[in-house]
Design a protein around this ligand. Structure first.
Ligand SMILES: Cc1cc2nc3c(=O)[nH]c(=O)nc-3n(C[C@H](O)[C@H](O)[C@H](O)COP(=O)(O)OP(=O)(O)OC[C@H]3O[C@@H](n4cnc5c(N)ncnc54)[C@H](O)[C@@H]3O)c2cc1C
Length: 385
């Protein structure tokens, strides 16, 4: 057992930290306030190769797997979880191509995604199919050499900014989950548009919109994997891995909030001494540090498993990493505000944003209630073996 990152992973970690400090630290408050997309930051993640860390080498990626994806997600989230959401949603959109695409589809899109020339989004959720996502209703109806789409997907991160959309739709309503297929849909396709920008509590520099389809014709060659019925398995295999990235966002966010609170507690004086000298405050830091370290171990344990076993079942560890990482993120962020007292509650102090950003981690990529359902269901299956 070796708990250290490899040399290359450590280089990636430093690079992600540098890019986040340089392109986000000073402007994260402004981006949040103005709900402004982190354009320059994302361009830089493309230029430096950070967008390619988890993609296979044969498609111009670095081939460093889910572990490297988590490392980058953790480092960005220390500074701004809105920006790590933009970064992570791109991976969420690209993973289905990596896991289920045909050779032609991989060759066509993955190198461009690796270079940052093509940003991707993941269109899965519908207004009436959120937690119960496989009950989706939007149909893709075969018509000659195309599929015709009518309907919408809601709450899609990076909608409008992404050039490519991995969209899931029903191709055979009689087959339940096996009747769902995935498609690659390019921005600018006639009949494909975006809804209004959602006004959110946190992660405000990431953009969330609906995808609107109105008699939109998608060439049959854009059916992911070239076969109908692969949508549900593709989505689940993707989410089981991508959720580790959400856990990593939780770890990074919690670490960022911890660091800000510690810096403040050392310099804030009350009763003639800095507040960090009070044992009550020290115990808060001890508890926060234990939570962060436990979540970090779980996230990288899960990522290691996913990388050992690229096609294997990692649902339980993915759900555990996501659920625990996001639960401690909000706990730590709230405690960080408490340590900073009144100033911690103010918008021009960097701590309250961590709390607002933390909440979404318990909701997107499947709520934490659904993660607990998933963990329990695998545990029960394992106990019957
Ligand atoms: C900012 C943001 C960004 C997002 N980005 C994307 C994206 O890029 N792509 C995408 O496809 N989707 C995206 N989503 C959608 C997201 O994944 C869903 O919102 C989420 O899965 C929850 O679905 P819902 O909102 O419909 O909640 P609901 O399913 O309506 O759930 C409401 C409540 O009921 C609980 N609940 C429901 N069923 C059960 C059950 N069986 N057992 C216990 N509790 C249950 C839930 O846990 C929750 O507390 C995003 C959402 C947001 C808010």
């Amino acid at each position: 057992m070796d708990f250290r990152f490899t040399e290359i992973e450590e280089e990636i970690r430093k690079l992600a930290a540098e890019v986040s400090q340089k392109y986000l630290l000073k402007i994260r408050g402004k981006l949040d306030e103005a709900e402004e997309y982190p354009e320059e930051f994302i361009r830089e993640t493309g230029r430096t190769g950070l967008l390619s860390v988890y993609l296979p080498e044969e498609y111009e990626g670095m081939g460093l797997g889910v572990t490297a994806l988590c490392i980058v997600m953790e480092e960005i989230s220390k500074v701004c979880t809105g920006a790590s959401t933009v970064y992570g949603a791109n991976a969420l959109g690209a993973m289905p191509i990596m896991l289920s695409g045909t050779d032609e589809q991989k060759k066509k899109y993955l190198p461009k995604i690796a270079r940052g020339e093509c940003l991707v989004a993941f269109g899965f959720t519908e207004a009436n199919a959120g937690s119960d996502a496989l009950a989706m209703q939007m149909k893709a109806v075969k018509d000659g050499d195309a599929y015709v789409f009518n309907g919408s997907k809601v709450f899609i991160t990076n909608a409008g900014h992404a050039n490519l959309y991995t969209v899931f739709a029903v191709t055979n309503p009689n087959r339940g989950a096996r009747g769902i297929s995935a498609f690659l849909i390019e921005k600018g396709t006639p009949g494909f548009d975006f809804g209004k920008k959602e006004d959110k509590l946190g992660i405000r520099c990431s953009e969330t919109r609906s995808l609107e389809f109105n008699n939109c014709r998608i060439p049959a060659e854009n059916l992911l994997g070239g076969k109908e019925g692969l949508g549900a398995i593709t989505a689940l295999n993707t989410l089981h891995r991508a959720r580790m990235g959400v856990g990593a966002q939780g770890v990074g966010l919690a670490q960022g909030a911890f660091n800000e609170a510690l810096k403040y507690a050392k310099q804030r004086k009350q009763f003639g001494q800095s507040i960090v000298a009070f044992q009550v405050i020290q115990h808060k830091f001890a508890d926060m540090a234990m939570k962060i370290e436990t979540a970090r171990l779980l996230v990288y344990r899960a990522a290691w498993e996913a990388d050992q076993n690229p096609k294997g079942a990692v649902a339980k560890l993915g759900s555990m990493a996501k659920c625990y990482g996001s639960d401690i993120a909000i706990e730590v962020a709230i405690e960080a505000i408490q340590i900073c007292g009144g100033i911690g509650y103010m918008r021009d102090f960097p701590v309250e944003k961590y709390m607002r950003d933390a909440k979404i981690l318990q909701i997107y990529e499947g709520t934490n209630e659904m993660q607990r359902n998933e963990i329990a269901s695998v545990l029960l299956k394992e106990s019957n073996k």
